[in-house]
Design a protein around this ligand. Structure first.
Ligand SMILES: NC(=O)c1ccc[n+]([C@@H]2O[C@H](COP(=O)([O-])OP(=O)(O)OC[C@H]3O[C@@H](n4cnc5c(N)ncnc54)[C@H](OP(=O)(O)O)[C@@H]3O)[C@@H](O)[C@H]2O)c1
Length: 207
């Protein structure tokens, strides 16, 4: 752990449950973290700067998208993302069906960001409360699939996730993102349908 901001900047779009939790973890690991918010007067977590959504992506190599899925198509084009920027999609398209012919929410994120932005899907498969300090008391770590078409971007995000305390596993291209979105439902099935509650995470043990 490191309390001085020496790395980054990383921009987290949205300062809700996911944005705050991941943001706190990044700060703990020495990253310079900005949260892009629509109300700059609202307090943000200690160690984090708040910035406007418009242009928030212009000076960051890595942006984490943590807004409700309904907001994706209006928020992403406002970020001013540069070609080559890594956009981490932590959203889940729950609550309404995807448009016909669309395989995943991540496809909609990619379309909103443009072809030159490197979209990587991850951080969506478990409850936000695990994201600030993912490692379990027994030393095991939540499994975290990471999907993206650009191998360099996918590897960098997986490396960051490992640093933050996840058992990150690269699982191929963005055409697999729909499975990560289903995996979020699967987590919810066991947490709520199965009665394990939100403190439950999936761990990948090897035989
Ligand atoms: N919660 C979880 O356990 C969890 C886990 C994995 C993935 N996810 C996914 O992660 C995303 C964020 O979830 P969350 O639980 O963090 O949501 P949340 O607590 O409701 O926070 C959402 C954030 O997005 C901002 N926002 C909402 N609409 C916006 C808009 N139109 N323009 C700009 N900003 C907007 C909100 O700003 P205001 O504060 O101004 O309203 C808030 O900062 C969702 O797609 C969700 O499916 C959630």
């Amino acid at each position: 752990m490191n309390s001085s901001a020496t790395r980054g900047p990383v921009v987290v779009v949205g300062a809700g449950s996911v944005g705050r939790s991941l943001g706190a973890n990044l700060v703990d690991h020495g990253y310079d973290v900005a949260v892009a918010v629509r109300d700059l007067t609202r307090p943000v977590p200690v160690g984090v700067r708040s910035v406007a959504i418009d242009g928030a992506g212009e000076s960051a190599d890595l942006i984490i998208l943590a807004v409700p899925f309904d907001a994706v198509t209006s928020v992403v084009p406002r970020l001013g993302l540069k070609p080559g920027t890594i956009l981490v999609d932590a959203t889940n398209p729950f609550g309404r069906p995807l448009p016909d012919g669309t395989g995943s929410g991540a496809e909609i994120v990619q379309r909103a960001a443009g072809d030159q932005v490197r979209v990587v899907k991850t951080f969506n498969v478990l409850g936000a409360e695990h994201m600030a300090n993912p490692q379990l008391p027994d030393g095991t770590q939540p499994v975290l699939p990471v999907a993206g078409d650009d191998a360099d971007a996918r590897g960098r995000v997986a490396g960051l996730a490992r640093e933050l305390g996840f058992d990150a596993i690269e699982v191929g291209g963005l055409d697999n993102a729909h499975l990560l979105e289903e995996a979020a439902r699967y987590w919810g099935l066991i947490a709520f349908g199965g009665g394990r509650g939100r403190s439950f995470v999936l761990v990948a043990h090897q035989r």
